[in-house]
Design a protein around this ligand. Structure first.
Ligand SMILES: [Zn+2]
Length: 321
């Protein structure tokens, strides 16, 4: 079995008694904008298996900071589904919507040191200037009240090492954009809160879908800006309906079935490269136990996208893109 020490020797520590132990803290961080579908199951399962195969903890964090997109009841429905699929988390679930004071505490010194400025540009204006933000308002001294707040990009990340995708290159225009840390509507932006949360929760390994490769570069730059140690990142292929379109409510990806979890769980394991043809299982717990003991990073496909088609029979087909 693949162990954490093989991959990240720096995470091996010795305790006071001289025996060695490893610290691995992974997490699954869904947005409660709807029920879990097959694509989110794949992401949850990948991070769960990587954590458990490395004797790690696996935390769940509700990314409910974008309150207009939160669907009432969706967070509880997601937790019920994770339980039904045997994906039991460690510790208390963290809700971003309850952590505004923490985010403000992190933002305040950045504002004080003038690393943050107000921007009045509309999406339409930015689009007309080429689509990427050109740091237009950096020296304009707009008032903060009622405007989006952007962080000066002092630590652009043009490339990083992904545990599965290898060396990832980020276009210069994206890497050097001053990105929003607090929105015009007063909500803290995803890029800020995810970094604060991962640091505050002691996350050592982030395993998630490859649609987040570019945001990872921004998050790595914020880890540097805040002088935090960044976690390891591993991006698994994204489950898509067609090239470039991830499974979502918009393209009618159905919610996964809580009452019959085995077919979707087995399909998610196949998506992640497991061969189940000679495996006998009659419940999710025995299947997950088998998967943990047979997990190895070399099983995982390193495409960025895999097309998923679900037949009426409940059978899934996969096409790497
Ligand atoms: Zn602006």
């Amino acid at each position: 079995m693949h162990t954490l020490q093989d991959r990240h020797p720096e995470h091996k520590h010795s305790d006071a008694l001289g025996s060695s132990f490893t610290t691995y803290r992974g997490r699954f961080a869904p947005s409660p904008s709807g029920p879990l579908h097959f694509g989110s199951l794949v992401a949850a399962l990948a991070s769960y298996l990587d954590a458990k195969a490395n004797q790690g903890q696996w935390l769940v964090r509700m990314e409910d900071i974008d309150t207009p997109r939160v669907v009432p009841g969706a967070a509880d429905a997601i937790l019920t589904t994770l339980d039904a699929y045997g994906l039991h988390w460690d510790g208390e679930v963290v809700y971003q919507s309850q952590r505004h004071a923490l985010y403000q505490d992190i933002l305040a010194p950045l504002i004080e040191m003038r690393h943050v400025y107000a921007c009045t540009c509309t999406r339409k204006q930015i689009k007309a200037r080429g689509g990427l933000y050109d740091n237009h308002c950096r020296d304009a001294s707009h008032q903060f009240e009622g405007n989006a707040l952007r962080l000066k990009q002092n630590y652009p990340v043009l490339e990083f090492q992904d545990d599965l995708q290898g060396q990832v290159h980020i276009p210069k225009g994206i890497a050097s954009e001053d990105y929003i840390v607090k929105r015009r509507d007063g909500l803290f932006a995803y890029q800020l809160v995810v970094v604060v949360d991962d640091h505050q929760q002691g996350i050592t390994h982030v395993v998630r879908g490859a649609d987040l490769l570019e945001p990872t570069a921004r998050q790595l730059s914020l880890f540097k800006q805040l002088n935090y140690t960044a976690p390891h990142f591993m991006h698994v292929p994204l489950a898509v309906a067609t090239a470039g379109f991830k499974l979502s409510k918009q393209n009618h990806a159905p919610a996964i079935d809580n009452s019959k979890p085995l077919p979707a769980l087995a399909a998610a394991l196949k998506f992640l490269g497991f061969n189940l043809s000679h495996v006998h299982f009659d419940n999710v717990d025995t299947l997950l136990k088998w998967a943990i003991s047979h997990y190895h990073i070399s099983l995982l496909p390193n495409n960025k996208e895999i097309q998923v088609t679900q037949q009426d029979t409940g059978h899934y087909d996969f096409t790497p893109l």
